[in-house]
Every structure is written in structure tokens, then in C-alpha cells.
Design a protein around this ligand. Structure first.
Ligand code: PLP
Length: 395
């Protein structure tokens, strides 16, 4: 009889968003017509930039004509988009060649699929609190996970462990949920650690576009030695509002080999087997993000979210609530006031202020005692939420 993948039995049920929606629905039942202020979502609220919409329309029209119609697209990405993305990296001083860029349907897909490159016996080091997909994808594959707790003491930016070593290392910077960003020295210590132990870093750069501090690295490949030990996974979801349009990209340097096998070549083999490419229309829309007009328009949208984050952090500054994030990231991660845990603080904010956030406990054990606000909501609601937070904290 067929044996299913019993590793699925080891997955913890993810109650986070289910519990939130249950609590919100119960509240709305008792308080119908209440306008709740939703600061829990990680989805964008602004529409796609004009430059992207124009490119999408043109690409749809291309598909209507025999001489511009596109069928299957190259599995690793359309040459025009691989070239555009490589040029974007090069313009920021990171030398990447076109065939080191792989176009994907989004970072989530890649974060799971990329594990095909590694043996099942390899261990995965996950810094926590963490984006839940890292843990779950490795549990499904039956991998041993080394949980590396982070906290207020290290600003949620942990250093490499002294004793443990790991084969696969996840780094998310700017981080979801904490909004913390690794600086060059900190990243260099992880790159050195990975090179010393023969590990591979999976660098999740989904929020790099939110970095405003010029000293902070957007890409792990800004760090010397990273091309020998890292894969970067990125996405246009938060950068350009592609959460529902779907496009990401993965950088696998040619220098990256393990056990005599080249990971770039392995990924070409993987993609040519497991995908038939990303839609021509969407890739055309994505290329428009990297034009001058596209870059100006996405910056404008990101600034709306950044203003939201600033309004939220202002509300936490005066009562001296500890938080990180919000400046170079769309998330603000605050310590809940004494006497609360992250779920009781959720209940308190909902009942006293009509604000919905995300309890830190949903991102791993060491997220307990913290709370995440997202800046992706609409500015009016965010401003109102900030006013209500100020009032609550002045009580
Ligand atoms: N990585 C992180 C850290 C995220 O927070 C998210 C989405 O919230 C993703 C990846 C997924 O991005 P995509 O929409 O490209 O699948």
C-alpha cells in the first residue's frame, strides 16, 4: 500500500491566522458595524504602479497577434527579464550575470522548491521568530531543524552559534516578523560561518526595497565570500505590489558548489524538469518595475507604507515601549506591556481600540511576549490606530 509522507504528521497546526479570524468574527458579531483597524496583514493595499499596468496591457495585446504571441516561456526566465534583473544588481555594485538569475512565481514557491538541491539528511538552521514557511517546508521534507532563538538582547539579529553547525541557514533581512535588518559586519560573520562549515545560506530578501539606511546591505552578495555560500530569494510582492500578480527571482551564483556539484547547474536541471516558465504577460509587467518610471512609482508606494510605519513607531516612542523594525522594514515588532502575553494583548487591542495586529507567539516560541504591526494598511486607519494606541498607553 502507498505510504504517504508521514513527515506531515510532524507539522504543527498553524492556528495563527485562523485564531485571529475567529476572534475578529466573534467580536464583529457582538459589535456589528464596527470599523476595525487592520494592522495584521502582510499583504499590500496599494494597486500596481502605472508603468506595470501599461506593460501588462501591452503584453496582453502581444498575445493576440500571431507575430508577437508567446507560448511556453524559457523555464529559467525570459532572457529580457533575467538581463533586466542582473542589470539592476549590477547598477547597485553587485556583479551578477544573466544566467545566475532565475525567474519564479514568487518567493514562497522558491523557498519550498529550492530544498530539492539538498540531501534530506542535511540540517536547517532557522533563526526565530521566523516566517513560518521555513520551518514547515523543512518538516515536510523530514529535515532536522536547529532553532536559533533571537531576542531583545541581540536586537533580534543573532550571531552564528559557537558550537552548532548547520547545512542550510535561513536569513531573512529585513526580517518578517521583527523588521530587524542585519548590517554588513553581522552578515559577514554568517557568510564566514557558512564558508567555514560548507553550509549554504538561503537569503530571503523579500523586503530589501524597504531599506533606507545607505549602510545596510540589500543583497547578501554585497558581502565578500557570499557567492561561494549563498542563494538569494527575492520577490516583487512587497516591492511592487505583486502579491496577487506573482513574480519572484532567485540568484544562484556560478561559484556555488557543494560536494563537487554546481548548484546553479543543478537548479537549471530542476527548473527545466519541474516548470514550464512564468507567464510572458507577468514577466513583461515585472520588467517594467525596473524601468526609471517603474522605480519612481514603486518608491512612491513604498513611501506610503513607510509613513504608516513612522506613524506607528511615533505612537510607541513616547510611552517608551520597546520595539524594533519600522524604519528599514514594513513591520514594527513591539514588546507587549507587562502583564500581557501576545494573545492577551491581541484581545486587549481588539476590545479596547478596535485594532487588529499579529501576536508574536505565532512566529515561534521566542515570539511570545511580542506583537507585530504591519504598515501595509491604509494610511487613514493607521493614523487612527496610532492615536488610539497613544491613548491606551497613556492610561
Ligand atoms: N518571504 C517572506 C519573509 C515573506 O514575508 C513573504 C510573504 O509575506 C514571502 C517570502 C512570500 O513572498 P511571495 O509573495 O513572493 O511568495
Amino acid at each position: 500500500m502507498l505510504k504517504p509522507n508521514t513527515n506531515y504528521d510532524n507539522l504543527k497546526n498553524s492556528y495563527l491566522f485562523y485564531n485571529i479570524s475567529q476572534k475578529v468574527n466573534a467580536y464583529l458579531k457582538e459589535h456589528p458595524n464596527t470599523h476595525l483597524l487592520r494592522l495584521g496583514i502582510g499583504d499590500v493595499s496599494l494597486p500596481l504602479p502605472d508603468a506595470v499596468i501599461k506593460a501588462l496591457h501591452e503584453a496582453v495585446d502581444d498575445q493576440a497577434k500571431k507575430n508577437t504571441f508567446h507560448g511556453y516561456m524559457p523555464e529559467c526566465g525570459a532572457p529580457f527579464l533575467r538581463k533586466t534583473i542582473a542589470a539592476h544588481y549590477n547598477s547597485r555594485g553587485v556583479k551578477i550575470s544573466n544566467d545566475e538569475v532565475f525567474v519564479s512565481s514568487g518567493a514562497s514557491d522558491e523557498l519550498g522548491d529550492i530544498l530539492d538541491l539538498f540531501d534530506k539528511s542535511s540540517t536547517a538552521l532557522i533563526m526565530e521568530p521566523a516566517y513560518p514557511a521555513y520551518v514547515d517546508a523543512n518538516i515536510m521534507a523530514g529535515r532536522k531543524i536547529i532553532h536559533l532563538p533571537a531576542g531583545k538582547e541581540d536586537g533580534f539579529l543573532p550571531s552564528p552559534p559557537k558550537t552548532a553547525k548547520a547545512d542550510i541557514i535561513y536569513i531573512c533581512s529585513p526580517n518578517n516578523p521583527t523588521g530587524a535588518v542585519f548590517n554588513r559586519e553581522q552578515l559577514k560573520s554568517w557568510v564566514d560561518f557558512a564558508n567555514r562549515h560548507g553550509s549554504v545560506i538561503i537569503f530571503d530578501a523579500a523586503y530589501e526595497a524597504f531599506i533606507e539606511d545607505i549602510l545596510l546591505p540589500h543583497s547578501i552578495f554585497e558581502i565578500e565570500g557570499a557567492k561561494e555560500c549563498a542563494i538569494e530569494i527575492c520577490s516583487l510582492s512587497k516591492t511592487a505590489g505583486f502579491t496577487g500578480t506573482r513574480l519572484g527571482y532567485t540568484i544562484i551564483p556560478k561559484e556555488l558548489s557543494r560536494g563537487g556539484m554546481n548548484l546553479n547547474s543543478m537548479w537549471v536541471r530542476n527548473r527545466t524538469t519541474k516548470t514550464n516558465g512564468v507567464s510572458y504577460i507577468i514577466q513583461k509587467g515585472a520588467a517594467a518595475v525596473f524601468t526609471d518610471a517603474g522605480q519612481a512609482q514603486i518608491k512612491k508606494n513604498i513611501n506610503v507604507y513607510k509613513k504608516n510605519a513612522k506613524i506607528l513607531t511615533n505612537a510607541l516612542d513616547k510611552p517608551e515601549i520597546w520595539y524594533c523594525g519600522g524604519k528599514n522594514a514594513p513591520y514594527v515588532w513591539m514588546k507587549v506591556p507587562d502583564g500581557f502575553d501576545s494573545w492577551s494583548f491581541f484581545d486587549y487591542l481588539l476590545s479596547e481600540a478596535g485594532i487588529i495586529g499579529t501576536p508574536g507567539a505565532g512566529f515561534g516560541k521566542c515570539g511570545e511576549g511580542y506583537f507585530r504591526f504591519s504598515s501595509f494598511g491604509n494610511p487613514e486607519d493607521t493614523a487612527l490606530a496610532a492615536e488610539r494606541l497613544k491613548k491606551l498607553f497613556s492610561r
